[in-house]
Design a protein around this ligand. Structure first.
Ligand SMILES: NC(=O)c1ccc[n+]([C@@H]2O[C@H](COP(=O)([O-])OP(=O)(O)OC[C@H]3O[C@@H](n4cnc5c(N)ncnc54)[C@H](OP(=O)(O)O)[C@@H]3O)[C@@H](O)[C@H]2O)c1
Length: 279
């Protein structure tokens, strides 16, 4: 039994802090995954595109933690989401991970070339065939999420999107909540020193006042919001532990609002040529 709170969605119960594995690879990745599990993480986030699924599986086995106690998410790259290709990608992920089934299989990004109905059908087929216990999407703006929900036979249990105090995601969050879908925050720390979230004076002031680190304040802001899960990545054992230690305190409502108020129009960190039109 673990003590990490979970978000429930469509029959799934997802630990609210997961361990993000991009861009770790090879032995460093396997060791970091084993460290995270030894610290108490029970949720691992990987993807076919990260080229680290074999290392994630190796770290999971090395940890000695029972498979059934760990939530494993992987993702199908957007160039592989046509009928047939999606199922093959999921099978290849399982082979690399050394698992019979993942807990959650996500469409990593939507594709402009493949009709959504086709990829959602293929995703449902992957679930029916037992390749995944649950299915979901990633990088789906609110309107596309609505379409996906309407097209899916099985519940979509998660939409994994960028989220941190510099980025307002209220529209996507509202769409998730309308349909009982977990919102999984990627880049939850605004990518550490890259995005500047952890250097925000408000974040630092709150952290100093309550005796926590800026990263803990930002992760607490995530998990204190209903239906929100966060998957921070760190390669450093001390920070890996620090990022999970966010359940012994809470933020005042005024501080929650202050952090949300840091959102700005240029706050997005991940901007790729194939991205959909965001909300
Ligand atoms: N679905 C998608 O399209 C998508 C896109 C991007 C990411 N993701 C997932 O989301 C995960 C997290 O996103 P991310 O890695 O881009 O960004 P992130 O978790 O916001 O930030 C990671 C950065 O923050 C630093 N950091 C971690 N903990 C820290 C702490 N306590 N104090 C100070 N700095 C800290 C890390 O450095 P150190 O390693 O040196 O600690 C690293 O440079 C990824 O690993 C991946 O699993 C998904």
């Amino acid at each position: 039994m673990d003590s990490i709170p979970r978000v429930t969605a469509g029959g799934a119960a997802i630990p609210v802090i997961g361990y993000g594995t991009w861009p770790l690879k090879g032995e460093a990745c396997a060791q970091a995954v084993a460290t995270a599990l030894a610290c108490g993480y029970r949720h691992l986030d990987t993807a076919a595109m990260y080229e680290n699924e074999a290392a994630v599986g190796e770290g999971l086995r090395a940890s000695g933690v029972a498979r059934k106690d760990v939530w494993v998410t992987t993702k199908v790259w957007w160039e592989d989401i046509a009928e047939g290709a999606l199922q093959r990608s999921a099978e290849a992920s399982l082979a690399r991970l050394g698992l019979d089934q993942v807990d959650l299989l996500l469409i990593h990004w939507p594709s402009k070339a493949v009709p959504l109905a086709q990829s959602i059908r293929a995703l449902n087929d992957a679930k029916r065939r037992g390749l995944a216990r649950h299915i979901g999407v990633s990088n789906f703006p609110s309107r596309m999420l609505e379409e996906a929900v309407a097209l899916s036979d099985a519940a979509l249990v998660a939409n994994q999107c960028e989220y941190h105090p510099h980025l307002d995601q209220s529209k996507v969050l509202a769409a998730c909540r309308r349909h009982g879908i977990a919102f999984v925050s990627y880049c939850p720390l605004g990518r550490g020193s890259v995005g500047g979230v952890l250097k925000e004076p408000s974040v630092r002031e709150i952290a100093d006042r309550i005796g926590r680190t800026p990263a803990q304040v930002v992760l607490r802001w995530h998990v204190q919001q209903p239906d929100v899960v966060a998957v921070p990545k760190s390669a450093d054992p001390k920070r890996i532990a620090e990022n999970l230690d966010v359940f012994g305190f809470s933020l005042e409502e005024a501080d929650m609002r202050r952090l949300s108020g840091l959102a700005r129009p240029d706050g997005r960190v991940v901007s790729l040529a194939f991205a959909p039109d965001w909300d």
